[in-house]
Write a protein of this length. Structure first.
Length: 565
């Protein structure tokens, strides 16, 4: 690597920032930086951005301001100068089921853009991104892939489980309780008690929902230090994890180890395998497609099905299983999942991580707690295949994503109940208008048509809570929360607003799920669909101006990761 030499003596690691701070002509910049407390000594060191997704709205990111201080301490101790800045964040759990949820996936692009923009504008030499809620994690990785300066992602960690009726509970239980309450299966007092006890403090939602799924991705992709994401948000060890992350990024600067050295095809396949083995969120498909595109790595939806088909389901985690993320941490953490993949010959062991060690080396260090039941042995999997399948057919020519972890439904054939908004579908469930055997179709909720591809946890949770989880299927061009379970097909592409076949479905049409054959179809001929679409017209855009309109103009299909670049 090429070092810059100062006075013929000391090598400088200010790969980028020397252009911002060095020389007589940069006196104005130094003057302004000194106004906020930076010294000459600070400005002689590498400048390290600390991109923080802290917000005061919701638990997932609430504690990241504290962790940011620890990261900065680690950077300073290792010879760098940290410069912290903030970006936006949207809480999926809070906005779920409302118009505000349209902003969630849009925020992924805005966060990635803003993290990138501040880093480019200030010529940082390295970057640490602090993340919590669902979209903050892929946004951070996407920004690192674009910038390709030494950097890593630090996940804020999982929330502790709530306790209700002598059982560990998560936000998933609250969403499902809404459906139970609507059908009279749960009273007002019990719903209120559950609401008050489900979320006991800071941290991201506690099951293997999207945040913890993407935290698993971070460690197995190699963009987070192995063992860092597993530590819960309020665990006493988390501050030390943050300090080590700050020190590690300086080591990456010295090694000139960059994100695109790490985010390779093999690393992405390792991440997909970890998602499959843990029954992770369908959102991982969308986010890994986007990450791969930013890193210049070819990736298709079919790759998820291929990898998931050869990886057993090993982790007994909610929403389909018994345990939460804090239980996984006690059992041995994400490193234990990586070790299981290693033992099964399912890991590309040579993929490098942010520590400079390979994922194989990291996986071999995993420690397994005696008697743990969270991560099964390879010879005793929950299921022989992983949690994700990709379906295609005349209803989803570009594909749709189904999570099969947590249920055994492989076939469903039933009449369509068609809704053009999430709210209309939820109202039908709430008023007991959905019957056993139905296929609920929710359309015009895709990346373009939504815009923003809302998650359907309010609907799917209400279906499960109403006791219909094993007898009703759902199809949507929107997304699902990681807490969704049951026979639910999301990311249907092309979406309805772009003239996809899902726009042609009418009430009573027979929709067929055939998971073994990877088929999602409606019992209509191509000619029938073509004839119906002759009279179809796209609905007017929901937004004519502003960020939502801009996003709708730029966003790609869900089958390509719903990216705007």
């Amino acid at each position: 690597m090429a070092f810059l030499f100062r006075n013929g003596l000391m090598p400088s690691l200010k790969w980028n920032s020397s252009a911002l701070t060095d020389g007589p002509h940069r006196a104005p910049a130094r003057a302004m930086l000194k106004a906020v407390g930076f010294t000459d000594e600070d400005l002689r060191r590498p400048l390290v951005g600390v991109a923080n997704t802290w917000i005061e709205i919701g638990p997932c990111n609430y504690h990241l301001r504290r962790l940011g201080e620890q990261v900065k301490a680690g950077i300073r101790a290792a010879g760098g100068t940290p410069m912290e800045y903030n970006t936006v964040s949207i809480s999926d759990g809070i906005t779920m089921g409302t118009e505000g949820m349209r902003a969630s996936l849009v925020s992924r692009e805005v966060m990635a853009d803003s993290i990138e923009l501040v880093a480019r504008g200030n010529l940082f030499d390295a970057l640490v991104v602090l993340v919590g809620c669902d979209k903050t994690i892929p946004a951070g990785i996407m920004a690192l892939a674009r910038l390709n300066i030494p950097g890593l992602v630090l996940y804020g960690g999982s929330i502790a489980p709530g306790r209700w009726q002598n059982t560990d509970v998560t936000i998933q239980d609250v969403f499902e309780a809404v459906g139970a309450h609507a059908t009279g299966r749960l009273g007002d007092a019990d719903l209120a008690t559950l609401e008050n006890q489900a979320c006991p403090g800071p941290g991201a939602c506690g099951g293997q929902f999207t945040a913890n799924t993407m935290a698993t991705v971070c460690e197995c992709l190699g963009i987070s230090p192995m063992g860092s994401a597993s530590v819960p948000a309020m665990d006493a060890a988390k501050d030390a994890v943050a300090q080590r992350a700050g020190a590690l990024v300086m080591e990456m600067v010295r090694r000139d180890l960059r994100p695109r050295h790490i985010i390779t095809r093999h690393a992405i396949e390792n991440a997909i395998a970890a998602v499959a083995a843990t029954g992770g969120s369908t959102n991982a498909v969308l986010h890994l497609l986007a990450i791969a595109q930013e890193a210049g790595v070819p990736l298709e939806m079919e790759d998820f099905d291929r990898i998931s088909n050869r990886v057993p389901l090993l982790a007994d985690l909610k929403p389909g299983g018994r345990y939460v993320a804090t239980d996984l941490y006690k059992a041995g953490g994400i490193a234990l999942v990586a070790r299981r993949l290693l033992e099964g010959g399912l890991l590309h062991t040579e993929a490098v991580t942010v520590t400079g060690r390979t994922i194989g080396e990291e996986a071999r260090t995993a420690r397994e707690s005696d008697g743990q039941q969270v991560v099964r042995a390879l010879n005793n999997p929950l299921k022989p295949n992983g949690g994700l399948v990709i379906l295609k057919g005349n209803l989803a020519p570009e594909g749709a994503v189904v999570k099969i972890a947590g249920h055994d439904l492989r076939h469903h054939r039933g009449p369509a109940r068609v809704f053009d908004t999430e709210e209309a579908a939820f109202a039908a469930v709430e008023h007991s208008q959905i019957r056993t055997g139905d296929v609920v179709v929710v359309r015009y909720e895709g990346p373009f048509g939504g815009p923003g591809m809302r998650e359907m946890l309010a609907v799917t949770g209400a279906i499960v809570g109403a006791g219909l989880g094993n007898s009703v299927a759902l199809v949507t061009d929107g997304r699902f929360s990681g807490a969704t379970h049951g026979l639910m097909a999301g990311h249907v592409a092309p979406e309805a607003a772009k003239g996809g076949p899902i726009a042609a479905i009418r009430d009573g049409d027979i929709v067929v799920f055939d998971v073994p054959q990877r088929q999602l179809r409606v019992e209509l001929s191509d000619a029938d669909i073509h004839e119906r679409m002759k009279t179809w017209a796209p609905p007017p855009p929901r937004f004519a101006t502003g960020v939502m309109a801009k996003y709708a103009r730029l966003v790609s299909s869900a089958s390509r990761g719903a990216v705007t670049g």
